[in-house]
Design a protein. Structure first.
Length: 451
């Protein structure tokens, strides 16, 4: 029922005392529900509409005092544990990148610092966004993503007479794949309760764009792979949680079967990927091709010690160390280079730090009371986790993806920017975690008792 002008004025006064604007809709809803329930009880006792409204507001008390109580109850959740480690990693990444640019003698550092500035401003803006309100725009966000990442590069390539496979525009917009799991989480939330049909629709919404992009463009499929890993995990977790109200075992079994079938198709279409896997397992079989980087990394690690500089290296690997910063593989070799120059423990520090941050993020995510919040937080953490796992695999001498990057330390300019914005989205999400819960009452919600 629509609140009267008098009730609206009361709600405005209460919210005027609450400094956290994001909490105003929740406070309005809570008070309006109380007003409606109390007025209904009074109307049943024979009071008129006006008298019931007046008594309800009188029992609630002075709006200023009530607003101050709400102000004490509704406060943004602390996000220092999320943002502080990211700020440290970002700072280390900036220092490393500037060092590499200095070694290589390029002027690309100017564009990188501009991207850092844009990222910092973006984090500040995203920190104020309420992602929960984006749930209603899930389909629009999905359509916009497909238009920017797939349709526009194809149209642009056709317009300039270039095959889509060689699209330069796609090599730029492909970094947007890191936000696709977030959009996918919004769609999963909208598809809940639709049974096996919902599972099929969810699988198609993730699989079709990935297959189309792989068929149309050539990009190494790293960021697309990151997105596919995160989306698959989200879908399986949603099914196991009873999100779709269908037979869990059979559904997950069919889903994994189609994933394996897709992997087989990819292997047939792009057989060079098999060669790369074989080179990882036996790099000596192709020492000047796919096995070159594997051999260099493993030699660096095998000649490293716990602390301090490592022992003498073979000539080929020593040349890599001497030219570190100049060669194109410097970012992939960073952790191995740190291990050889300063010790394995030093190289392990950023890895342990990121793992600790991910564990902390998961613990915060598990405390969220909203299913939507858990989906979105999981999407962000899965992207960072997949990046970390693949980059650590490179560090250990098993580069499943040669373009794998360690978040903020070894990623290129656009990847650095996107990861920074992704961290801002996660902090924004956790900041408002007390406002939304699936249950009726929130942990810190102020309860009003009307006598």
């Amino acid at each position: 029922m629509q609140a009267s002008e008098r009730e609206q004025a009361y709600l405005n006064t209460v919210c005027g005392e609450v400094r956290w604007r994001a909490a105003h809709p929740a406070i309005r809803t809570e008070l309006a529900d109380h007003m409606e329930d109390q007025k209904g009880a009074l109307l049943q006792n024979g009071l008129t509409q006006e008298a019931a409204e007046e008594q309800t507001l009188r029992e609630l008390g002075e709006p200023e005092a009530l607003g101050q109580l709400f102000d004490a109850s509704y406060r943004p959740a602390a996000t220092f544990g999320v943002l502080a480690p990211i700020a440290l990693y970002a700072l280390l990444g900036v220092v490393f990148r500037l060092l590499v640019y200095r070694m290589s003698g390029t002027a690309a550092w100017q564009g990188f610092l501009l991207a850092v500035a844009v990222g910092v401003v973006g984090v500040a803006l995203l920190f104020r966004i309420n992602l929960y309100r984006m749930a209603r725009f899930g389909w629009q966000a999905y359509a916009a993503f497909l238009a920017i990442v797939i349709v526009f590069p194809v149209v642009y390539s056709i317009a300039i007479g270039q095959p889509p496979m060689e699209s330069a525009l796609y090599l730029v917009v492909r970094y947007l794949w890191v936000v696709f799991p977030l959009i996918y989480g919004l769609l999963l939330y909208r598809l809940r309760g639709l049974g096996f049909f919902g599972v099929l629709a969810a699988a198609a919404l993730a699989g079709v764009p990935l297959i189309v992009s792989m068929a149309l463009f050539w990009s190494g499929f790293y960021w697309e792979g990151i997105a596919s890993i995160a989306c698959l995990w989200l879908l399986v977790k949603s099914i196991r949680s009873g999100f779709f109200h269908c037979r869990i075992g059979l559904t997950i079994g069919l889903l994994l079967f189609f994933v394996l079938l897709l992997a087989a198709v990819v292997t047939i279409i792009e057989p060079y990927r098999v060669g790369r896997v074989l080179a990882v397992l036996n790099p000596a079989s192709d020492p000047m091709g796919d096995g070159w980087l594997v051999l260099r990394i493993r030699e660096l690690i095998s000649h490293s010690v716990l602390l301090g500089a490592g022992s003498a290296l073979p000539t080929a690997t020593q040349e890599v160390i001497d030219r570190f910063g100049e060669i194109t593989m410097s970012q992939s070799l960073l952790l191995a280079w740190l291990a050889y120059r300063y010790g394995l423990l030093v190289a392990a520090l950023p890895v342990f730090g990121l793992v600790a941050w991910l564990v902390y993020g998961v613990s915060r995510m598990r405390k969220l009371g909203s299913t939507l919040g858990k989906l979105l937080a999981s999407a962000v953490l899965l992207v960072f986790g997949a990046e970390a796992v693949l980059s650590v695999a490179v560090f250990l001498g098993y580069p499943l993806w040669y373009s794998a990057v360690f978040p903020f330390l070894t990623d290129n300019t656009l990847a650095f920017l996107m990861n920074l914005l992704l961290a801002g989205l996660l902090a924004s999400l956790l900041r408002t975690d007390d406002l939304y819960q699936d249950t009726q009452y929130r942990k810190k919600r102020l309860r009003l008792k009307l006598e």
